[in-house]
Structures are given as structure tokens and as C-alpha cells.
Write a protein that binds this ligand. Structure first.
Ligand code: ZN
Length: 55
């Protein structure tokens, strides 16, 4: 999957990462989409992000 740039933990399973739902933090994103920040489950560093449709 990915390597954490901070602690170099290899994140190979979904349990290794945190998906933070950013939907309620701002009104920037439309209601039909949700913005996810992917963070390292070990040290909490932000690794990546994505937008998932609400379909
Ligand atoms: Zn880490």
C-alpha cells in the first residue's frame, strides 16, 4: 500500500490507516462528496487524501 513518511511504518491494511471524515469541518465541499484524510495509524502523520462520492 504505502509507507508512512514519518515513522516508515508500512501501511498494508485498512486497519493501519485512519480515515478522517472531513466533511463537517468546512462548507467547502459539496454535500454529495466527502473528503477523507488518510493518516498513519501509528504516528498519526497525514499521508494522503481523497474524495469519495456519496453514491
Ligand atoms: Zn507513521
Amino acid at each position: 500500500m504505502v509507507h508512512c513518511p514519518h515513522c516508515e511504518t508500512e501501511l498494508t491494511e485498512a486497519d493501519d490507516v485512519e480515515f478522517l471524515d472531513m466533511d463537517s469541518t468546512t462548507g467547502f465541499f459539496t454535500a454529495s462528496k466527502r473528503f477523507y484524510l488518510v493518516g498513519c495509524g501509528d504516528c498519526g502523520a497525514a499521508i494522503g487524501s481523497g474524495v469519495a462520492g456519496a453514491m
